[in-house]
Design a protein around this ligand. Structure first.
Ligand code: FAD
Length: 467
């Protein structure tokens, strides 16, 4: 960075919040996905006013700007692929106000998602989006990725709960979208456009979130199946029986074995699939619904069905699911997590396809995820130093995306496109639709300074390159 630009920068941000040391910059060069990209500098802004000035300066000197929450992105969202400045948004974490009368939470982007859950529940309210990373990720990252989690099946994704935003535009103006009213049809719905835009259209500096009353009761069961296909039938039968579970999670046999190796908890090793089902609502309805789910699982040849009798048994069941990520991480130093999503009646077909891909490319490919909404998480455990294997990983990933799109699904249900899935955008959207998105980007960010290198493929990019 030229000394004169740095000097100008120091008139906006004090020196101690401008990080230039290699060690500091290295700490901001990766996320939870793949690849490392060193930024030229890291800025730690503390309010919207500083961000407006920074973005104006970035436009003047054409410096790429990369907003970053907690960097738990699994698609390369905050990676500074073209250098420039990383904006560490974690210091904008002061506001977390619960407005009980209006059933709202007003939050700064750096607030940790689990803190919103906790604060809402203290007053009998509920913020449903629950990414598994919620103890560490920021609400800003959730908004920009349109994150969700197990409860997406019944309650939907982050976008269903955002009714207003304060945003610094890519040209450095501060705007507000939406507001505190649940209904608002004034003009284009820019809130919805910005949620899920992966930091390419604006920097969120405040958000108004909708809360709902906390369900009075919940019940959880675990069912194991010796045949994967039977778990698929159980899912469709439950969903067509008039029950909408709060969560319906699936683990394949490789995940089951990995969890048992990592921390034995009595999961049946001969099972091809485990389902975890949770229902919530009025206590009487919940009791009736969990018994109906139990009966359907037995009808579909379950090996085992266990309904949790109390909170500690409930936690025990969820522990098996939460253990999947750390357990499979033992299978290889490099973990590549995808989240190709298919219409839920296509889950058995997609699972079969994933089995074929595993066999064809001889990879450690395991599958878990949110079965109720078709959002599978095929994970490949590999070693990035093994270049020959990485080539097979690249081909396997391409085939996973092709299969999901061919089945009427999508490249990503919740992790976003970021860097890694950009080459496949045209395959899902078609040229015209992708061009329309490019025009929106061009109109908002004429100098292409905000999160460049993301979402849109480079001209010759047709597949992911990991080597
Ligand atoms: C173990 C694990 C489990 C996970 N489970 C889930 C899950 O169940 N469901 C799910 O949806 N995701 C999951 N994720 C992915 C990840 O946690 C989410 O995408 C999360 O929303 C990212 O939040 P973050 O604060 O880490 O954001 P980052 O990773 O730092 O950034 C994400 C994107 O948002 C942009 N951004 C961040 N803050 C702002 C801001 N204020 N303004 C503008 N742009 C901004 C960044 O540029 C980037 O494009 C998981 C990740 C891990 C590692």
């Amino acid at each position: 960075m030229e000394p004169s630009i740095l000097h100008e920068l120091e008139t906006i941000i004090p020196k101690e919040r401008i990080l230039l040391d290699l060690a500091d910059r290295y700490s901001y060069s990766f996320d939870a996905s793949f690849g490392e990209y060193l930024p030229d500098l890291v800025i730690q802004p503390k309010d919207a006013d500083e961000i407006c000035k920074l973005v104006k300066l970035a436009n003047k000197y054409l410096i790429p700007v990369y907003p970053r929450g907690a960097a738990t992105s699994l698609s390369g969202g905050p990676l500074p692929v073209e250098g420039g400045m990383v904006l560490d948004m974690s210091r904008l974490n002061k506001k977390l106000v619960i407005d009980r009368e209006n059933l709202l939470a007003i939050v700064s982007p750096g607030v940790i998602t689990a803190d919103i859950h906790k604060k809402a529940e203290e007053v009998g309210l509920f913020y449903p989006p629950d990414p598994s990373s919620s103890n560490v990720c920021t609400i800003g990252g959730n908004l920009l990725e349109n994150a969700s989690g197990p409860k997406g099946l019944k309650y939907g994704t982050t976008k269903e709960y955002v009714i207003g935003l304060e945003v610094v535009t890519p040209t450095g103006e501060l705007i507000r979208t939406g507001g505190k009213t649940v209904k608002n049809v004034t003009g284009y719905d820019l809130t919805r456009l910005l949620v899920g835009s992966e930091g390419t259209l604006g920097i969120v500096t405040e958000a108004i979130l909708r809360l709902i009353p906390k369900p009075q009761a919940k019940k959880t069961l675990l069912a194991a199946f010796s045949q994967f296909i039977d778990s698929g039938y159980a899912i469709t039968k439950i969903l067509s029986s008039g029950i909408l579970p709060a969560a319906m999670e699936i683990m394949d046999q490789y995940c089951i074995r990995a969890v048992e190796n990592y921390q034995p908890s009595g999961l049946p090793l001969d099972a091809e699939a485990i389902l975890i089902i949770e229902v919530d609502g009025h206590p009487m309805a919940v009791e009736e619904e969990i018994r109906k789910c139990e009966a359907i699982c037995w009808e579909q040849q379950a090996l085992l069905v266990k309904v949790a009798a109390n909170k500690s048994e409930q936690d025990e069941i969820w522990k098996a699911r939460k253990m999947v990520s750390p357990a499979i991480a033992q299978m290889g130093p490099t973990k590549i997590s995808e989240d190709a999503t298919v219409p839920r009646d296509q889950i058995p077909v997609m699972m079969d396809k994933l089995k074929q891909i595993r066999h064809k490319y001889q990879l450690n490919l395991v599958v878990f995820g949110h079965a109720g909404d078709g959002n599978l998480h095929p994970n490949i455990l590999t070693d990035k130093r093994n270049l020959e294997e990485m080539k097979r990983v690249e081909d396997a990933i391409s085939e996973i995306f092709e299969a999901a799109v061919a089945l009427g699904g999508t490249l990503s249900g919740e992790h976003g496109i970021g860097l890694l899935k950009a080459p496949y955008m045209e395959m899902e959207l078609g040229k015209e639709c992708l061009d329309m998105m490019r025009k929106i980007k061009q109109a908002w960010d004429p100098n292409h300074i905000l999160n460049p290198g993301k979402i849109f493929p480079k001209p010759s990019q047709t597949k992911v390159v990991l080597t």
